[in-house]
Design a protein around this ligand. Structure first.
Ligand SMILES: [Zn+2]
Ligand SMILES: [Zn+2]
Length: 270
């Protein structure tokens, strides 16, 4: 039986409360962190902070709504084509293995989704919004057009579904994509943060606030289109787009592509 409009409203209210609690957590973590180790000195509330707050709520609500239909169709088609036995066998593998595999497979998928968003002029129209930020901090992670968000997330989820690492047809909570999505989201805020940390060998394993800013730099053509990976920088190494100098930092962020300053035009103009 489908939910009533009142139940839908209740679920929406719950989602908003959940996002407010996450926001409080992110503020408590990242504001002191960026104060103590700021790479670039910043005002408390930079330009576009308010717009990015709206994006924060949009990115918490919209992809979920837009992804339900394509993922349900995909899961049903795969179960029909591949059969339940294969997916049952994958589901029996240890959870740690499935999460690790989903992380790698999802990262490769979203790497290519992200790279195509730069290489295809059509997709770039949407993705340019994320690159319009001229000051970096943790909240820039949220600045993304819903179409861009959904496309890149879909590119990460589809290979997980095909390999049975995500199994929404199972009768219990599908833990693997939930854990991978939560880890990826928190990590996304971290790699956008304005902190001057260098983490040595760790930077080879996981992306850091030293790695991702090179993806946002507007320091010249030799630096653009690098570091597409969100969590695993060695994926960039595999596909020839890795860039992380030992001591240097970007001096300018943003894009030469003109993007509207206000939220309404950012959402509807692409
Ligand atoms: Zn990008
Ligand atoms: Zn970014």
């Amino acid at each position: 039986m489908s939910a009533s409009p009142l139940q839908h409203l209740g679920l929406l209210a719950l989602d908003i409360v959940r996002l407010c609690l996450w926001l409080a957590f992110l503020l408590v973590v990242f504001v002191p962190l960026e104060r103590a180790w700021a790479l670039h000195p910043r005002r408390h509330f930079r330009k576009s902070f308010g717009t990015d707050l709206v994006y924060y709520f949009l990115s918490g609500l919209v992809p979920k709504l837009l992804l339900i239909l394509p993922l349900t169709v995909l899961a049903a088609t795969l179960h029909h084509l591949v059969g339940a036995t294969f997916y049952q066998r994958v589901a029996e593998l240890p959870l740690v293995f499935r999460v690790a595999a989903a992380l790698v497979v999802g990262e490769i998928g979203s790497y290519w989704g992200h790279r195509w968003s730069h290489e295809s002029p059509f997709l770039w129209r949407f993705h340019a919004i994320h690159h319009s930020a001229e000051e970096m901090d943790w909240l820039v992670n949220s600045r993304a057009h819903p179409i861009d968000m959904v496309f890149v997330r879909l590119c990460g989820l589809v290979p997980m579904y095909v390999l049975g690492l995500a199994q929404p047809m199972a009768d219990r909570l599908d833990l693997v994509p939930v854990l991978v999505t939560i880890a990826g989201t928190i990590w996304g805020f971290f790699i956008h943060s304005n902190v001057s940390w260098r983490l040595g060998w760790f930077e080879r394993m996981l992306s850091t606030p030293a790695f991702h800013p090179w993806h946002h730099t507007n320091d010249g053509p030799e630096h653009v289109n690098k570091n597409y990976a969100a969590m695993l920088p060695w994926v960039d190494r595999c596909f020839g787009t890795y860039y992380l100098p030992k001591q240097e930092w970007p001096t300018r962020y943003g894009t030469d592509t003109p993007t509207p300053p206000d939220l309404a035009h950012q959402l509807f103009q692409p």
